[in-house]
Design a binder for this molecule. Structure first.
Ligand code: CTP
Length: 398
């Protein structure tokens, strides 16, 4: 495999496993460029890595022998993948917060996630792993598109038993190979994603909406982009940054989402509708702010069902709907799949722990057009996005 990998080694006891990972990668034919932090050198010698890779090991930002002053940019310019193994709480914190005070953290600040994946193989003591600051940094990085290889449970260097051990080198090698294989599998495919809530105005200062954060849709758009798709993201108001490289359309009401989505529909091969579209809107929106009175009676009318309309018009398109339910999950989701002429519906019980709107994680069941169903375990919305894209790919190939 003629691919270049930048391998970061940070200062944890699992640094020795980084040497084993290097050996496996070199054996697979990867060109491996190792970058070490100062602390990593307390655990393992650069000579180990330069011997394994046949290349110099970089560890200083400036002034190394024959080293360009823009080495950090050069390293981040064109690898096929960057992996940091082990990734300590410190490097994770720096990457999440934009701190660049050595070569590796500066390389991580210069990464281009839209061009290649970055894997961080977390390894630390259990208490550190469960520290809210570390958890927050990890979820922030996941949301931005970094892949975090979760540590395993087992015996730790500090003598404690718990979560924190770095994933084994063989597991990381297979994650690296899987990640690279997925990189272009959506090349030439147009994916249209709708995300977030809609807002239905009542007057110039008030609206009806819902708790959708847009996270699932943004994660799907990012994942599809990473895998080489042309991505259209039609989004209601959220606080999220649109992923780099997607064609972004900001909308507010269900009607606006309907108009934009239907215009883009003929271009799409795959449509994924994560948006939580308001089913009702006020029959009329007041031009002026409504004043307080005795009692207010509102008349609500239906907003258009976008997915239903797409189901009617569908030709080549593969349609994926989402169903957030609080009761009768499978029955409701199956009937939506049939009514809206979908290929897959992703059903989740929003009352369940770990699932739902404002969360980083989700637990879902996938229902297929042919009657099949599949339950997926709790996972991050980023990981779930890739699982969903894997299933869509498999169904479209049949
Ligand atoms: N949907 C849509 N337009 C609407 C309502 C829903 O496109 N006006 C889409 C959603 O994006 C989602 C799927 O339909 O992919 C299911 O949405 P949901 O709100 O669960 O279903 P409804 O058909 O609105 O049914 P109900 O609210 O009665 O459960």
């Amino acid at each position: 495999m003629d691919k270049k990998i930048v391998l970061g080694i940070t200062g944890g006891i699992a640094a020795y496993k980084g040497a084993e990972l290097t050996r496996l990668l070199v054996k697979e034919g990867f060109t491996v460029q190792v970058v070490m932090t100062e602390a990593a050198k307390s655990f393992i010698m650069p000579l180990t890595f330069s011997t394994l890779t046949g290349r110099p090991v970089y560890h200083t930002l400036f002034g190394g022998p024959h080293q360009s002053s823009t080495l950090h940019i050069d390293l981040a310019r064109d690898p096929h993948l960057i992996v940091v193994a082990p990734a300590t709480a410190n490097i994770i914190g720096k990457a999440a917060n934009g701190i660049a005070d050595d070569l590796l953290s500066t390389v991580l600040l210069a990464v281009r996630l839209e061009k290649y994946p970055v894997i961080l193989a977390a390894a630390m003591n259990t208490a550190m792993l469960h520290n809210p600051a570390v958890r927050q940094n990890m979820s922030l990085l996941r949301r931005r598109g970094f892949i975090i290889a979760d540590p395993l449970a087992g015996e730790l260097a500090c003598g404690e038993v718990g979560e924190g051990r770095m994933a084994e080198p063989e597991q990381l090698l297979s994650l690296i190979k899987r990640t690279l294989a997925k990189r272009d599998d959506y090349g030439g495919v147009s994916v249209l994603v709708t995300a977030g809530p809609t807002r239905e105005p009542l007057d110039p200062v008030r609206f009806f909406s819902n708790h959708s954060s847009g996270r699932m849709g943004y994660a799907l758009a990012r994942a599809a982009k990473e895998r080489g798709a042309k991505v259209y993201l039609v989004s209601g108001p959220t606080s999220l940054e649109p992923p780099a490289g997607v064609e972004f359309y900001a909308v507010a009401t269900a009607q606006e989402m309907y108009d934009v989505t239907l215009t883009l529909f003929p271009e799409a091969d795959v449509v994924i509708k994560t948006a939580a579209v308001a089913d009702y809107r006020p029959a009329s929106a007041s031009a002026h702010k409504l004043k307080k009175g005795e009692e207010l009676q509102l008349r609500l009318v239906h907003s258009p069902d976008i997915l239903q309309e797409l189901g009617k018009r569908k030709k080549k398109q593969f349609l994926v709907g989402f169903a957030a339910e609080t009761a009768d999950l499978l029955i409701s989701a199956r009937s939506k799949l049939e009514q809206k002429n979908l290929d897959i519906i992703v059903a989740n019980d929003v009352m369940q722990e770990g699932a739902g709107f404002e969360k980083e994680t989700n637990i879902v069941q996938l229902l297929y057009r042919d009657g099949g169903a599949e339950e997926l375990p709790l996972m991050s919305k980023a990981e779930l996005s890739h699982e969903i894209l894997d299933r869509i790919k498999a169904c479209r190939q049949h």
